[in-house]
Ligand binder design. Structure first.
Ligand code: NAD
Ligand code: DAU
Length: 352
């Protein structure tokens, strides 16, 4: 039975990944290690929390003792590191925690895995692997043309993307220096169930349902390449099972949308299906994000060629199913709308 240490498994993508893996395989054991920051939510996991082959551990990836203990207690085969501070706007407000968690936390995890998996001759136990879940934001920003490939130079702009790029370089250095078995995945914008409503899609859905202004940064023409979260989970699984150590894989949706197109799509669905008062009048152009990357778009040919991955979910069905999920799970959203969320919202948007 393979043992997976999934870090950040109470967040958006991590929880989707745990659901995906436990549905697909019944001969694996998952240890979900999460610090339960504002973004971590055990409600994302209620369907599987009692499974015999699942265990939750509350810990910080940058806590040396706690991570060592997990490696002592379990014979971990794969580390899948989702744990991170993940929101660009928060990184502009408070960069320090991004360095601590995303850079130092990743280095701490790497060291614990290396100590445990290293043999006396400097080789590593067979079959072990460390997967770093990274982002297309490490490549910076594109103009109207072109796609990011795995050989695009790193040129991150925000404290968030810079911390992720720094972590990528440390992870890569462990392969280059020690031949420690790693893979890095760099994915475009995910969407789907369980996404924290500081991010664009759940924020827009939530504001529409409450007839609140929809804050659109700048001219609304920044472009993101949207990927349904389950397609991302499938890619990570393929990388774990099939990728050679040291390889980096981009994962993208081939699904570019301007922010204004995205917002209008959500408004139209909710106007037609939920409440006629939800209209484009809710759209409010606000001051742009500082250093706002203009366009992200991914070339995923390498993962398709090497591992047979391609996205299965079309934008039309993915966004429809996503909106329906938030409609059917309004209690989940309401539980997040606490004082701390409201304070963050005020701080972020009242000055815009
Ligand atoms: P998220 O913010 O929803 O979840 C992050 C999780 O990490 C939370 O459960 C949080 O509690 C946990 N965490 C934070 N600090 C921790 C610490 N010090 N120790 C242990 N756990 C900690 O993020 P997400 O959107 O699910 O992103 C997951 C990963 O995927 C991140 O590494 C992110 O950089 C990357 N990524 C995200 C996207 C996207 O579109 N959301 C795209 C590409 C890559
Ligand atoms: O590209 C992958 C990245 O996608 C991940 O690495 C990040 O963890 C994830 O948060 C996401 O980053 P973005 O900054 O692209 O996502 P966000 O949902 O914050 O914003 C999407 C776009 O919408 C972006 O151009 C900014 C814009 N936006 C966002 C918010 C929250 C607005 O116009 N208004 C808003 O209120």
């Amino acid at each position: 039975m393979k043992v997976y240490l999934v870090t950040g498994g109470a967040g958006f993508i991590g929880s989707n990944f745990i659901h995906y893996m436990l549905k697909k395989y019944n001969d694996i054991f998952i240890v979900n290690l999460d610090h339960l920051t504002y973004a971590g939510n055990l409600e994302n996991l209620t369907k599987i929390e009692k499974y015999d082959n699942y265990q939750f551990v509350k810990a910080d990836i940058s806590d040396n003792e706690a991570i060592k203990n997990v490696f002592e207690k379990h014979d971990i085969d794969y580390v899948v590191n989702f744990a991170a501070e993940s929101h660009v706007d928060r990184s502009i407000q408070n960069p320090d925690i991004f360095v601590k968690t995303n850079v130092l936390g990743t280095a701490n995890l790497l060291n614990a895995a290396k100590d445990k998996w290293e043999l006396d001759n400097g080789d590593f136990q067979a079959g072990k692997k460390f997967i770093q879940v990274s982002t297309d934001e490490v490549y910076g920003s594109l103009g109207k043309e072109g796609l990011f490939s795995e050989t695009t130079p790193l040129d991150p702009h925000s404290p968030y993307s810079s911390s992720k790029a720094s972590a990528d370089l440390i992870v890569k250095s462990y392969f280059d220096t020690y031949k420690f078995p790693v893979n890095i995945t760099r994915c475009s914008n995910n969407y789907g169930p369980y996404q924290f409503p500081e991010k664009m899609i759940p924020l827009v859905i939530n504001n529409c349902l409450n007839l609140l202004d929809i804050p659109l940064y700048g001219d609304g023409l920044n472009v993101r390449d949207w990927l349904y979260v389950e397609d991302h989970c499938k890619a990570i699984d393929l990388v774990i099972q099939g990728a050679a150590p040291g390889e980096i894989y981009n994962v993208g949706g081939y699904n570019e949308k301007t922010n204004i197109e995205l917002v209008k799509t959500i408004i139209k669905y909710l106007h037609d299906n939920v409440n006629e008062d939800i209209t484009e009048e809710l759209i409010t152009y606000v001051q742009d994000r500082k250093g706002h990357d203009r366009r992200y778009a991914i070339n995923s040919e390498k993962i398709t060629r090497d591992l047979g991955w391609k996205p299965d979910v079309t934008w039309e069905s993915g966004i429809r199913e996503t909106i329906k999920w938030y409609l059917e799970n309004q209690a989940w959203m309401e539980n997040i709308m606490n004082e701390s969320y409201k304070e963050y919202y005020r701080l972020t948007y009242e000055t815009k």
